[in-house]
Design a binder for this molecule. Structure first.
Ligand code: UD1
Length: 435
């Protein structure tokens, strides 16, 4: 398994071009199952989760081809293949996003239950309740969920529009049910939806495909079902979590980073926090610059669904607070088990106490390099940032987690001035510390 070797401390300075958002690209790929026409996506990030989704779509009969930076997807004829097998779903929970589109278009779908993961139990009960509200018959058997539309005289029938209220604003659940409702008969009103920018982006794509949607990206989405959808071209919105990670990196290493091709408004909860911590934050239409020249003030955060502080930046922010002068509290409310980076940060010298969903960080700490283990995607990014600020060498193991969601992170860090500090050790290479 590949590792990252980081020789700290290293100050990040320069400009980074933000990639397309993994979390917007995943549902956009799944949306191609709603039509037999070609869906062309640009700015699809080159990350492992997207390869997994592409493999799953190919298994489902989608023709996927890439040319000049665009990904073309075509689900030519609805095949009988309606199953997302365990081997693909277990490596990526977002595979469950094919459930809504498949049942809406084919009338039947069989998708492996994803199970829990490192950051929590993560059930999909809300996805299923939403599809049931649209008339799907949902059963769970042998680790698979099967969904069927009610039969009609001519075979599999269609889903029917309904009013449904999510018990929690789930991102994946909102996306799954939204996609399914585009092809339902009649009007659907979804309430208490997740409001993440990635849902707004999915709404834009679906609208280009001919769906009738209002309110995607707000708490209430109304969808008037149509008989069929057409193809479309769409550029995936920028990855706010990737941008946020490098901007926190600037604050962490007392550096200066400009993220280009991004949307500052989507990162407001982080940028406000960084400004309050003492960083200079400067935004233009599509760029954000963060610079730290002095000390950092501790500031508390509570993660929450958008527009709250994103849980996907909690680990990186927690690493930053080890550099602030005083004690800060980081409260995680979205996932129940998302402090696995804490024991690893402690091994680098961080002072952090965890009680339930609350972490108290006391700084500033001069972190020291250590051999640490990445446990999930964002925890890996947090360890990379900590290693950049630490004195000495760190080896970050299991960075396949990082590759799931960050496009060539070591290259981007090298471009930000860390050329002599960051190196990927491929699994076949010798990993002894350099002399
Ligand atoms: C998405 C993001 C992930 C991010 C998360 C929260 C993608 C591919 N992933 O994940 O990076 O961390 O949003 O912003 O977009 N829940 C239920 N029942 C359900 C669905 C969810 O109880 O049916 C719970 C989950 O266990 C979790 C919480 O709701 O505690 C949030 O989950 P959700 O918003 O669905 O996250 P994902 O879509 O899995």
């Amino acid at each position: 398994m590949d590792k990252l070797r980081i020789q700290g401390p290293c100050r990040l300075e320069g400009t980074t071009v933000v990639a397309g958002a993994k979390n917007a690209a995943l549902p956009a790929l799944a949306a191609c199952l709603l039509t037999e026409a070609t869906v062309t996506l640009t700015r699809v990030p080159a990350v492992r989760d997207l390869w997994t989704m592409r493999k799953l779509l190919e298994h489902l009969g989608v023709n996927c081809s890439s040319s000049s930076g665009a990904l073309e997807l075509r689900h030519i004829t609805p095949s009988e293949i309606d199953d997302a097998p365990y081997d693909l779903v277990k490596t990526m929970r977002a595979s469950v996003l094919v459930l809504g589109p498949l049942v809406a278009r084919l009338g039947h779908a069989r998708v492996s239950l994803p199970g829990g993961c490192a950051i929590g139990v993560r059930p999909i009960d809300q996805h299923l309740a939403g599809l049931e509200a649209l008339g799907a018959d949902v059963t769970l058997e042998h680790g698979y969920v099967t969904a069927r539309t009610p039969p009609s005289a001519s075979g599999a029938g269609r889903l029917r529009g309904a009013r449904f209220r999510f018990s929690f604003p789930t991102v994946g659940g909102t996306e799954n049910v939204l996609m399914a409702a585009t092809l339902a008969r009649g009007t659907t009103v979804l309430e208490n939806c997740a409001c993440e920018p990635e849902i707004r982006d999915l709404g834009l794509l679906l609208t280009k495909m001919g769906a009738r949607i209002s309110g995607a990206g707000t708490a209430t989405i109304e969808i008037e079902g149509v008989d069929s959808l057409s193809g479309a071209e769409h550029s995936i919105l920028p990855d706010r979590i990737e941008a946020g990670t490098y901007l926190i990196g600037a604050a962490m290493t007392a550096g200066r980073v400009t993220a280009t091709d991004t949307v500052a408004a989507d990162l407001a909860p982080l940028l406000e926090q960084l400004a309050e911590c003492g960083c200079a934050v400067d935004c233009s239409a599509s760029t954000i610059t963060v610079e730290r020249s002095g000390g950092l003030q501790p500031r508390n955060i509570v993660t929450a669904p958008h527009p709250g502080f994103p849980t996907d930046l909690q680990a990186q922010y927690l690493a930053l607070m080890t550099q602030a002068a005083g004690t800060s509290a980081v409260c995680e409310t979205v996932f129940e088990n998302r402090f696995q980076h804490v024991p690893e940060l402690r091994r680098m010298g961080a002072e952090i106490e965890v009680a339930g969903n609350l972490a108290r960080v006391t700084g500033p700490t001069q972190l020291t390099g250590a051999r640490v283990m990445a446990t999930d995607l964002r925890a890996s990014a947090c360890l990379v940032l900590a290693a950049l600020a630490a004195h000495g060498e760190s080896i970050i193991d299991r960075i396949y987690h990082l590759d799931r969601g960050y496009e060539s992170m070591e290259l981007k860090l090298q471009q930000l001035g860390a050329a002599s500090c960051v190196e990927r050790i491929e699994s076949f290479q010798d990993e002894r510390p350099k002399q």
